[in-house]
Design a protein around this ligand. Sequence first.
Ligand code: FE2
Length: 208
Amino acid sequence: MTYTPKTFNLPVLQGLSEKQIKVHIALYEGYVKHVNLIMEKLGAVREGTLELDPYIAAELRRRFAFEFDGMRMHELYFAQLEAGGRKREAGSALFETASAKYGSSENFVKHIREVARSRGIGWVVVYADPQAKTIHTVFVGDHEVGQLAGLPILLALDLWEHAYMVDYVPAEKNNYIDAFFANLNWSVVEKRFDPPSPESFGEASATK
Ligand SMILES: [Fe+2]
């Protein structure tokens, strides 16, 4: 199988130009291409139709997470943007859980912004931990360094300079973060949190 680039319905956003989004989506498509390329090469190595130095094959396997997470993180990123954004729901399951951890929903957003000020390229990622019934907000380096194993991703904020360099200089990163929140559709983020079936909380096995 091969992966196909997804399309995103992104009309003009607030504070992020059409050119910026176009350049960024083209970059995303490059990740999809490279995921397919690595799979093709490693598949050929497995089937014996391509011979690679074992060191090179090992490097391709190591590289796969960078390309794959680069693809998947961008899909999560673009899917949560909408012109003008959409406000968070007071009392939603996500914000109740976030408030339990961070004190209030405002503090939750403040915390995401604080993590976004981390030096370096990467992402702020908010995860659900269904087992512990909580959420975690972490900085992921590149696309894959520091991802939390198996946890569903609720929110992905791209902090590579390519995400804003058409519209802002690096010193204006905060303006980009403002633009991100201005266009963030919280209902997408809440929906990612919402499917806490008993199985996803691990209660099914606990009650057996
Ligand atoms: Fe990006």
